[in-house]
Design a protein around this ligand. Structure first.
Ligand SMILES: Cc1cc2nc3c(=O)[nH]c(=O)nc-3n(C[C@H](O)[C@H](O)[C@H](O)COP(=O)(O)OP(=O)(O)OC[C@H]3O[C@@H](n4cnc5c(N)ncnc54)[C@H](O)[C@@H]3O)c2cc1C
Length: 348
């Protein structure tokens, strides 16, 4: 078996690792100059903790992901929320401090950062198995062989697994022979989870927001930051705030986003918010290897998990994977791991 995997996100790397364990050496072709896709931990060189600009949280119900973490000896830590949160219900009233109810289903983060999962998978692969900086443009079935073409290169295998979000492959990759129309129609209406979101993070020398029993939790209907959390790793003396900025701010400049985020934080914490070391934001809709505009508007999670994606195509030479194709928890990291496991069991 000489499989080619398109995309070095969590799905592609997990599948490559599963195959490696049974002696199958897949070639993973990645468009970006980095691995991880929607998992992107930004850290300073040598820093033991970083800011998650992509996937951050998991729950204990995400059993495919937690099993993978366990098998890679990676641990999880509970997200600290505190007993109270700042709540802004309406722009005409000041922010309030509200009591948070007991959380029966806490969220967890991967200890050391979500990218430790990606790094652990990569460490189990041979360096030559991953090719970076090669956006796939065309996938061709020719004489029982699969040709995967980028602008610069052509890769040959005997099957291909495309793990990039469905609307993205539909828009960016030409398939020959053509794909069935119903598959294309569903792909065009499949939401790429979190594709419209903007993450914002600020790092500090001191966690000035910290009080006994209180974190940095903010829920605001006023915004532009709708949710904010303590993103610190105190054991590494790393202190940060991280949240979601209203997606409409994708058309603003980064300076404008920074100004308006600080203006909101000043309301809660005063001028000390200006003493940040680093301001970071990621507009995922501006990431060409995650997001492409839809032909028609789609709803969140629309068609995520549609069974049409889990069929083999081209007589078992072409498969689709990726979190959006999973039967359970599609869109989430758990869905990505489930997709990899499904493909591993299917392609024997
Ligand atoms: C802001 C944000 C927050 C999130 N928060 C959470 C969270 O808290 N919890 C959670 O469980 N999930 C979260 N997610 C979702 C999670 O990140 C995804 O479910 C998961 O990472 C998807 O992995 P994947 O491999 O299926 O897809 P991707 O990570 O999208 O990987 C696809 C890969 O294909 C590459 N690629 C794209 N086009 C091409 C091409 N033409 N040729 C070659 N390669 C290509 C991409 O660069 C990428 O590396 C979040 C996502 C975002 C964006």
């Amino acid at each position: 078996m000489q499989p080619i995997i398109v995309g070095a996100g969590l799905t592609g790397l997990t599948l490559a690792w599963y195959w490696k364990q049974i002696g199958v050496r897949a070639l993973v072709i990645e468009a970006r100059e980095r691995v991880g896709g929607r998992i992107h931990t930004v850290r300073q060189p040598g820093q033991a903790a970083g800011v998650e600009m992509g996937a951050t949280w998991l729950g204990l119900k995400h059993t495919a992901l937690t099993a993978l973490l366990q098998s890679l000896n990676l641990s999880i830590v509970e997200q600290f929320l505190g007993d109270t949160a700042i709540y802004e219900p309406i722009s005409t009233s000041p922010p309030q401090l509200v009591q948070l109810p007991h959380n029966s289903e806490p969220s967890y983060r991967i200890a050391g950062g979500t990218d430790t999962l990606i790094k652990a998978l990569v460490e189990h692969l041979e360096p030559e198995q991953i090719v970076l900086g090669q956006p796939v443009r065309q996938i061709i079935l020719e004489n029982d062989q699969i040709l995967v073409q980028t602008n610069e290169n052509q890769y040959i295998g005997n099957m291909v697994v495309c793990t990039i979000p469905p609307n993205l492959w539909l828009r960016n990759i030409a398939f020959s022979p053509k794909l069935p129309l119903p598959l294309e129609e569903i792909a065009a209406q499949t939401h790429t989870w979190m594709g419209e979101s903007i993450k914002v993070g600020l790092t500090y020398q001191q966690p000035f927001w910290k009080k006994p029993h209180a974190g940095a939790t903010v829920f605001s209907n006023v915004g532009p930051i709708s949710e904010l959390y303590d993103h610190s790793a105190p054991e590494h003396r790393f202190f940060a705030l991280k949240g979601f900025l209203n997606g409409a701010y994708q058309i603003a400049t980064q300076q404008e986003r920074k100004d308006i985020a600080l203006q909101q934080l000043r309301k809660y914490y005063g001028k000390q918010v200006e003493m940040f070391d680093e301001y970071l934001d990621t507009v995922w809709a501006a990431e060409p290897f995650t997001y492409a505009a839809y032909q028609h508007p789609v709803l969140p999670h629309q068609n995520n998990g549609n069974p049409i994606f889990r069929q083999p195509y081209w007589n078992g030479k072409l498969f689709f994977g990726g979190s959006e194709t999973a039967d359970l928890f599609p869109g989430y990291m758990d869905g990505a791991v489930r997709s990899a496991k499904f493909l591993f069991d299917l392609i024997r």
